[in-house]
Design a protein around this ligand. Structure first.
Ligand code: SF4
Ligand code: SF4
Length: 96
């Protein structure tokens, strides 16, 4: 499931990034990748707004209004008759 990119609340301030790679490690949808020792948005449209990246970004380079994405992912699974998950529970931080 993907959101409409225009409504995704994910904001990334590259100037604050220290290249720690935590966002790459915790994102269940590979939204970030490292490039020249700094994070870049690789696939912003894949963001489910779980908030794991922002919670683990020590310099505060990432902002996202979390919570809605997980609920939407779970509801989509129920409606589609598939596993009701947003996918963030596979992150090292445990997700939602
Ligand atoms: S967690 Fe924050 S500081 Fe670390 S690489 Fe990602 S954006 Fe940069
Ligand atoms: S909010 Fe979740 S899905 Fe979106 S970029 Fe951050 S870790 Fe990835």
């Amino acid at each position: 499931m993907r959101y409409l990119e225009s409504v995704i609340t994910l904001e990334f301030d590259a100037a604050r990034c220290n290249g720690c790679a935590m966002c790459v490690a915790v994102c269940p949808h590979a939204v970030f990748r490292l490039e020249s020792k700094r994070a870049v948005l690789a696939d912003r449209g894949a963001c489910m707004e779980c908030g794991a990246c922002a919670r683990n970004c020590e310099p505060g380079a990432i902002r996202v209004r979390s919570g809605v994405g997980c609920a939407a992912g779970i509801l989509a699974g129920v409606v589609a008759g598939t596993e009701p998950t947003c996918g963030c529970s596979t992150t090292p931080t445990g997700g939602c």
